[in-house]
Design a protein around this ligand. Sequence first.
Ligand code: PMP
Length: 382
Amino acid sequence: MTRIAKIAILLTMTEQEVLTVSREKVYNFSAGPSMMPESVLNKAGSEISDYMGSGMSVMEMSHRSKAYDAIIKEAEKDIRELMNIPDNYKVLFLQGGASQQFAAVPMNLMKNGKAAYIITGQWAKKAYQEAQKYGEAVAVASSADKTFSYIPDCSDLDIPEDADYVYICENNTIYGTKFWQLPNTKGKDLVADVSSCFLSEPVDVTKYGVIYGGVQKNIGPAGVVIAIIREDLIRDDVNPATPTMLKWKTQADADSLYNTPPCYGIYICGKVFKWIKKMGGLEAMKAHNEKKAKILYDFLDQSKLFKGTVEKKDRSLMNVPFVTGNEELDAKFVKEATAAGFVNLKGHRTVGGMRASIYNAMPIEGVEKLVEFMKKFEAENA
Ligand code: PMP
């Protein structure tokens, strides 16, 4: 019996049905989980039931097996290479989403019980509120006064002398802003949530104490968080109430294998690292992302119907929010765009309007076609 015939039986489809199943062509502008590189999905698909002749799916493997050890080690090696991560930083593959790190950060880092938070959107605010449970979180700057449509000047903030760290959300997924200049932390360690700009451009890791993010936007399936932590910040003397699993040292000492990690998700992340390397690394990613964002922002800047909502100097390359200024028209746009294959363009439920998330895996063609569609909609609704 052929392999296809076996699959057909397993899926209770006809052989012909299995052969003709293919992915519907849509451009997915979701803020996350979001588009993955097609070649990664195809490669993972081809290995799904038999990883490199092991007779097993990666889902079925022991996380202590030789085969899996090679997968996680290779993934770490590749992200180190991509981000040029110095040896005195650990790379941890964790679980619990970025939100769990909102608690892990203060639990692990608040020695003096105080930290400075810069509030540039909902995710920064949530992290700030969570930190208040474990110590004194001081909001040293905020852009709430203008619905988080800009990044505040962070060149000379009033950072408490005894603050243990300064916290930012580097790219604000919901509002579409990005720190193009890191804050002056006055010598304190910088902690950054990079969930929505991870691996989108080169980074100088040495400027940070901790870089972390959920992978479900630029890197892989939800369920994996990658944390890059300078070694001296991985300590034993953390908040005594810190659960074993949230103590970074637990995972650092065990090379991310203290317990069963999100094995399959990490394997996919590894494949995306290889894809980025093949694309030319982070410099190439940055050029690709700038090109895409420029196409969309240039259109928005001359459109008479659509308008970007963010201060130009602070615009994100990853998340592009825009509005028509008329809620009914926004809804009509989203509906017609969806029907035309441009999906997940509805803005975050708390802000309305539209948002196009154009992460690494979004091809240039996707943005060009979206702009073509927006032009047509504008002409029809002038
Ligand atoms: N931080 C940022 C910047 C995000 O965009 C998100 C989710 N979209 C989160 C944190 C929360 O991530 P998670 O759902 O993995 O907890």
